[in-house]
Design a protein around this ligand. Structure first.
Ligand code: ATP
Length: 590
């Protein structure tokens, strides 16, 4: 397949953010795509080469890309010219395209480039290790650029640099696949199931293109391919929980650690985070000790890893555990920050999926599979029949250093990839009026003064608008930071600075610096108010008005295990806003 077909489609999609138009563009592209290329097209659309959990990263630095463009342009002084263009427009792909346009008039292309060739070359670049890596990467990149026309070059570079942001949500890709290959958008539901059990959209695309719906319906869980996690809705009170769950349900402690999906076959262990990143290397202690506690040949389990005080066995806060997220001196971190692994679910057992099995049966099976010791534990669970039992269990959980409770319907399946009502979370802070914590994306910052000079003193935060794939501003936050937090945030965020505001950011407020919308932090606030400035849930309650947080405060949690798309959504903020109004109303009545 000619790469120009894909580059033209990219150009078209770049000029719109409307979901319907994007879907239509994708359908047109898929119709032109041969079966054996479709998975590669789906990955490239998302700026990837393989699903996230395989951890394949291109890792091409801007400097190297500039050298490669200069080499291909064949003009004198090219590096300087490219840097100038880049500074003006803030987009290196675009700058390359401009520079190479000048070349096109003097030389002609040597060889047509195909999607297959671009993909293979990018893959080779991603896999290169060892000596002279930079030179070898450069050779591949300029080889491609030599044969590419300016538009193709622009997109090749965007993929290489990780700046291809077409704003295509996974759901939009699935809509387009359903329309192209089944003629009916409603079939997306079936595709979703396949995606939820495989976390691999390319594989789903290949199956529907080659085998139609039949291929998709047969999608099965594969050990070592992560399953998209089931998430919980929040409730504010024991009363609300009883109303939603009925008279008998399970309550488990909600531990404050890192969620881990464990795939185990004998001594072979692979660990995935909540956002399905392969995190096996951070936890060599789990890899070593857990197989001894497992009674199954092949199994997929879910657990919360929690940092503990080794002397008392008490749970420690989540921040302690994040020290484990490091590339070097992992062994030292294992000794410094000991953990326990607290199991709460089983998703696959000896070749069979457990997703359709009810909670109660899964829990029994889990207790059989995991033999407890001082490292592997079952999360404490009890069956609840009335409000006072929840209250008591919640108190116990908080006293043991947990965040609250997870409440689960007894007979319900595991709903991979969705936030439904079969699981509810009740945190202590939800019982205050708003007092609720929110996970927000850092989109910008303002430089600090006084003690904070040279650091980011105040952050600009956003919610995720999942309908439009945008990050909408909701507040500035400047309180709750310790000096250590400010240092750490500066370190992380200075790698995410962008010259221009990312088009996915929706903010009328101007920040001193803009970031790639990637880092998630947790904040609490006293209230959600209407705001003429902020863009969260804009126009949904009142015209030209959005929602903002009043008195926001950083809780100390940098949520490295979350993707920006996992942040609190505008829909959740709207629900909290409405809930808060109800409370105020009922108080006025009292
Ligand atoms: P939060 O921000 O509250 O941690 P989340 O957005 O990460 O939530 P939710 O579905 O809202 O995800 O809450 C479930 C999270 O709680 C899980 O991701 C898991 O990390 C953690 N957790 C702790 N204890 C349990 C438990 N017993 N059962 C399920 N999840 C648990």
């Amino acid at each position: 397949m000619e790469f120009s077909v894909l580059a033209d489609a990219f150009s078209k999609m770049e000029s719109t953010t409307k979901r319907l138009e994007l879907t239509q563009d994708l359908v047109e592209l898929f119709e032109k795509t041969p079966q054996d290329v479709i998975s590669r097209i789906v990955y490239l659309l998302q700026g990837k080469l393989r699903p996230d959990f395989e951890g394949i990263e291109l890792g091409v630095a801007e400097k190297l890309a500039i050298r490669a463009i200069a080499k291909s342009s064949g003009s004198d002084n090219a590096e300087k010219k490219i840097e100038e263009e880049y500074r003006k427009g803030g987009d290196l792909g675009q700058a390359a395209s401009k520079i190479l346009e000048q070349k096109e008039q003097t030389t002609f292309m040597v060889q047509d480039i195909t999607v297959e060739r671009v993909y293979e070359n990018l893959f080779t670049i991603a896999k290169l290790v060892g000596s002279k890596t930079q030179d070898r990467k450069m050779k591949y990149i300029s080889g491609l650029l030599n044969d590419a026309n300016p538009i193709e070059a622009k997109f090749i570079l965007k993929i290489l640099l990780g700046t291809l942001r077409l704003g295509i949500a996974e759901n939009t890709v699935m809509d387009a696949l359903a329309i192209t290959f089944t003629g009916n958008k409603e079939n997306r539901k079936i595709l979703e199931h396949a995606y939820n059990v495989s976390s691999d959209l390319g594989k789903v695309a290949e199956a529907i293109a080659s085998k139609g719906l039949q291929g998709i319906e047969k999608f099965e869980i594969n050990l070592f391919n992560p399953i998209r996690p089931m998430l919980a809705d929040r409730v504010k009170s024991e009363y609300e929980a009883m109303e939603k769950l009925g008279n008998a349900f399970a309550a488990e402690y909600k531990l404050d650690g890192e969620r881990i999906q464990l795939h185990i076959e004998g001594e072979n262990v692979r660990l995935f985070s909540r956002s399905l990143e392969n995190i096996t290397s951070y936890y060599p202690d789990i890899v070593e000790k857990i197989p001894k506690a497992i009674h199954a040949e092949k199994v997929i389990l879910e657990a919360e890893a929690v940092a503990i005080n080794e002397n008392t066995g008490d749970f420690l806060p989540f921040q302690e555990l994040m020290h484990r997220r490091r590339k070097y001196q992992v062994e030292k971190a294992v000794l410094q920050y000991p953990i326990t692994v607290n199991f709460f679910d089983v998703l696959y057992y000896n070749g069979k999926s457990c997703l359709e099995t009810g909670y109660k049966e899964r829990r029994c099976l889990l207790e059989k599979i995991v033999k407890e010791d001082n490292f592997a534990k079952h999360i404490p669970m009890t069956i609840i029949n009335n409000e006072s039992e929840i209250e008591e269990f919640l108190e116990n959980s908080i006293n043991s250093g947990c965040e609250g409770l997870m409440l689960k319907m007894l007979d319900k399946p595991y709903q991979a990839g969705s936030r439904g009502s079969y699981w509810l979370k009740l945190k202590r802070e939800y019982r205050n009026e708003l007092g609720d914590s929110l996970d927000l994306v850092v989109i910008g910052a303002f430089f600090g003064k006084g003690r904070r000079t040279g650091k980011y003193g105040t952050l600009l935060l956003a919610t995720y608008d999942d309908d439009n794939d945008k990050f909408t501003s909701i507040c500035k936050v400047g309180t709750g930071f310790t000096d250590e937090d400010l240092d750490q945030l500066y370190q992380i965020l200075s790698n995410k600075v962008t010259i221009k505001k990312n088009p996915k950011i929706d903010s009328a407020m101007e920040a001193d610096v803009w970031f790639e919308p990637e880092l998630v932090v947790e904040v609490v606030a006293s209230e959600i108010t209407l705001s003429p400035i902020h863009m969260a849930a804009r126009n949904q309650i009142r015209k030209d008005t959005g929602l903002a947080l009043r008195f926001p405060k950083f809780t100390g949690k940098i949520r490295l295990e979350k993707n920006a798309e996992d942040a609190s959504t505008n829909e959740e903020i709207m629900t909290l806003y409405k809930g808060q109004k109800k409370v105020a109303h009922s108080k006025n009545l009292m």
